[in-house]
Design a protein around this ligand. Structure first.
Ligand SMILES: CSC[C@H]1O[C@H](OP(=O)(O)O)[C@H](O)[C@@H]1O
Ligand SMILES: Nc1ncnc2[nH]cnc12
Length: 302
């Protein structure tokens, strides 16, 4: 519901990656199952409040890390968060680094992605309703700035931007791939999950930003050898404590009300639907009740 000052109620969605399977310190915390037309999300969703701000937390791989990157139900996850009323998504992820200065333990607020994933559903739309959203700026600048500001007083090494390469996995990259991503493609970090997550968040008109926490130098670094999952896990556990501190700072600072996104994330579908109304598939329209309800005039988003 719109407030008289032009703001609307906000809810922060947090998608926790490797090592982050719950959010502590939420008031009125409860895990709840959410059904979606795209199947079940990765797990139940933990809702509550942090500093008075409504929060919905979803562990991307499920509690106990049951799901590999290719089997994460990305569409159900984004739909479920939107259905609960989420307006902004903070994604938290482990990543490898292609830059000497982006060292293990550092946080990278990625602002670009290269999508090399090949085995995932990447859109809510399709035959019966075609949509083309803009993705030139896949990360919400307002959300990324909020993360940067909240991180400043904390003892964190934060890089304000970077290009995240999303690979299919689950194997790590070969040395030739690692060198190509770093030297020819100019990528800064690598992970397996932020695509199609960011694309789907944009289609669902949700602001999205990611905190990519460096755990390793992938395999290009002459002094660090191959990616070693044992070393990754050790760094990951140290990173997670820092991620919790960042979330505890940024969420209350973002507040419980939101002006329209200055970058237009919350209006991404405004001119994106190109299928003629009479040619639209009623079954697909029904599945889009939450994701595209605002522009379709139906469901929780209308
Ligand atoms: C545990 S190392 C590989 C694994 O970690 C990252 O997951 P997430 O982005 O959910 O933190 C990476 O993308 C891989 O899935
Ligand atoms: N080197 C790497 N490649 C892909 N995903 C990762 N997650 C953490 N480190 C990674």
């Amino acid at each position: 519901m719109a407030e008289t000052d032009g703001t609307a109620p906000a809810m922060i969605g947090v998608i926790g990656g490797s090592g982050l399977y719950a959010l502590e310190g939420l008031e009125e915390a409860r895990w709840q199952a959410v059904e979606t037309p795209w199947g079940a999300p990765s797990d139940e969703i933990l809702t509550g409040r942090l500093g008075g701000v409504p929060v919905a937390f979803l562990p991307r791989h499920g509690r106990g890390h049951r799901l590999p990157p290719s089997d994460i139900p990305y569409r159900a996850n984004i739909d479920a968060l939107k259905r609960l009323g989420v307006t902004d998504i903070l994604s938290v992820s482990a990543c490898g680094s292609f830059r000497e200065e982006m060292a293990p333990g550092d946080f990278v607020l990625a602002d670009q992605f290269i999508d090399r994933t090949v085995a995932r559903a990447k859109s809510f739309f399709g035959p019966g309703l075609v949509a083309h959203v803009s993705l030139a700026e896949p990360v919400c600048g307002r959300l990324r700035a909020a993360l940067g500001a909240a991180a400043a007083p904390l003892e964190l090494r934060v890089h304000p931007g970077g290009t995240y390469l999303a690979m299919e996995g689950p194997q790590f990259s070969t040395l030739a791939e690692s060198r190509m991503y770093r030297e020819s493609w100019g990528c800064d970090v690598i992970g397996m999950t932020n695509m199609p997550e960011a694309k789907l968040a944009r289609e669902a008109e949700l602001c999205y930003a990611t905190v990519a926490m460096v755990t390793d130098y992938d395999s290009w670094h002459p002094d660090h050898g191959e990616v070693d999952i044992q070393a990754i896990l050790a760094t990951m556990h140290a990173n997670v404590a820092k991620a919790r501190a960042l979330l505890a700072a940024v969420i209350p600072a973002m507040g419980a009300a939101r002006a329209p996104c200055c970058h237009g994330c919350d209006r991404a579908l405004e001119f994106a639907l190109i299928t003629a109304p009479e040619a639209r598939d009623p079954a697909l329209l029904a599945r889009l009740d939450a994701v595209a309800g605002r522009v379709l005039g139906r469901g929780p988003g209308a």
